[in-house]
Design a protein around this ligand. Structure first.
Ligand code: MEV
Length: 338
């Protein structure tokens, strides 16, 4: 058996605008998907998922195309999760030149599903790593990022950006601009995440911004202003000491201001929600340096910067917040667990 894990991520800056070629800065966070893979003697794939907000499920199929029989959990969620797992299996078979390879796969994840924390990317990245290693092939994190991107691209009908998969595979802070992805230095940023228990519809939210941007100049300007904020945020990170034990207060304060601006602009683009706004305001009132939604929006998660316990406590008592937790910057991306 081979076990690999990969982290989820938050967007420090730049979601949605990244779709139009502006830069974005996602950061990997210490919440991981863990995928265990055992090669089989036949070409069947058996998938068991735990902790995926699905009450767990088990699916078995034969050959290369997942035809998933009835399972005792909400079918659309299972279909969505299986779409990513099928695509990861296809990438692993291709990388190892083993089209008939069969696997027993177990997925465990402590990343909320579809909530803006890159849960699917983490499952795909860890799955490709574990399945290829199980077939005797060791891919570099960059190769895994590329294959995981192709997998997500296929599942999401060409709508995926490279941000989630690259960040999950490489770890740390990342800069994404179009097809150009690289890791950048960042001090240990004290992230706090608030989760409303829901999930936005990424496709619909991206389509909504697209039509707003086509219809109104203000929306096109808003998208390019988000790009300006990202560039300023990047400059702040580039000037910071990446080896500092703690980021200086002035840095957190400036990054937090830009996160607040970024949230306001995302709200103007119509991708926030009542629960996301309540959590953002609760985080600010609890003393965080700044807070914004992360990911596509519409529901899901916010990210705040606060090294103290105050924001997490404040969020826990906020109506609409189902869970609040710390998630430090994950310096390691995909890794072999055993
Ligand atoms: C979704 O996590 C982030 C978006 O920018 C879409 C994407 O980049 O693929 C909204």
């Amino acid at each position: 058996m081979t076990v690999s894990s990969a982290p989820g991520k938050v967007y420090l800056f730049g979601e949605h605008a990244v779709v139009y070629g502006e830069p974005a800065v996602p950061c990997a966070v210490e919440r991981r998907a863990t995928v265990s893979v055992t090669a089989r003697d036949d070409d069947h794939v058996r998938v068991r998922a735990e902790d995926l907000s699905l009450n767990g499920f088990t699916v078995e199929y034969r050959g290369s195309t997942g035809d998933h029989p009835d399972v005792d959990v909400p079918a659309p969620l299972v279909e969505a999760a299986m779409g990513y797992i099928d695509a990861a299996v296809a990438q692993a078979r291709d990388a190892a030149d083993a089209p008939d390879a069969g696997f027993d796969i177990t997925v465990e994840s402590d990343i909320p599903l579809g909530a803006g924390l890159g849960s699917s990317a983490a499952v795909v990245v860890a799955g490709i790593d574990a399945a290829t290693r199980e077939l005797g092939v060791e891919l570099s994190p960059r190769e895994i990022a590329e294959r995981a991107y192709r997998a997500e691209h296929e599942v999401q009908d060409g709508q995926a950006s490279r941000a989630d998969t690259f960040c999950s595979a490489m770890g740390g802070a990342v800069r994404v601009e179009g097809d150009d992805c690289r890791t950048i230095d960042a001090p240990p940023l004290p992230f706090v995440i608030g989760f409303d228990g829901g999930a936005g519809d990424t496709g619909a939210l991206v389509a909504g911004v697209r039509s707003l941007r086509e219809e109104y100049d203000f929306a096109a300007d808003t998208v390019s202003t988000i790009g300006d904020i990202v560039r300023r945020g990047e400059t702040l990170l580039a000037e910071a000491d990446p080896d500092a034990d703690e980021p200086p207060e002035e840095l957190l304060s400036e990054l937090g201001r830009f996160m607040n601006f970024n949230h306001g602009l995302l709200e103007a683009l119509g991708v926030s929600s009542r629960s996301l706004d309540s959590m953002v305001w609760a985080a600010r009132e609890a003393g965080s340096y700044g807070a914004k939604l992360t990911g596509a929006g519409g529901g899901g998660c916010i990210v705040a910067l606060d090294p103290t316990p105050e924001t997490q406590t404040g969020l826990q008592f906020t109506p609409g917040c189902e869970d609040a937790f710390r998630a430090e910057l994950a310096t390691e991306g995909v890794r072999l667990e055993e």
